[in-house]
Ligand binder design. Structure first.
Ligand SMILES: [Zn+2]
Length: 116
């Protein structure tokens, strides 16, 4: 789906007619508007170029993370915890009552939602 269609655009089909001297239709032809016009194609090309410049490991610009360590971009790491996933893990461990997980544990369906 093109960006413009995603934004609500719908193609308009234009039909043209050719008439004879009596006013009868000799032929007609219909042409829907092009969804993938030059602008839409340019958007996709730009997206491809942008994605090609991203590191597949950390998702940032690949020119930064592959730059020389001495002169290039410096990085620092911070750590945080996804409390939603933590709550889920705790609930799953509690369901096992401290025992090894049941062989059926992988079949359980869990739902995670916010409270309050
Ligand atoms: Zn990287």
């Amino acid at each position: 789906m093109s960006p413009k269609r995603f934004g609500g655009w719908e193609p308009v089909t234009v039909t043209e007619y050719e008439y004879d001297s009596e006013g009868r239709v000799l032929r007609s032809w219909s042409q829907p508007e092009t969804e993938w016009d030059q602008t839409q194609q340019a958007w996709m090309e730009a997206l491809g170029l942008y994605r090609a410049g991203l590191c597949p490991l950390h998702g940032g610009p690949i020119e930064e993370c592959t730059s020389p360590e001495e002169t290039g971009t410096q990085f620092e790491v911070t750590r945080s915890t996804c409390r939603a996933q933590l709550t889920l893990i705790e609930a799953q461990r509690a369901a096992n009552d401290g025992k090894k997980p049941s062989p059926y544990a992988a079949a359980r369906l869990w739902t995670l939602k916010t409270r309050g």
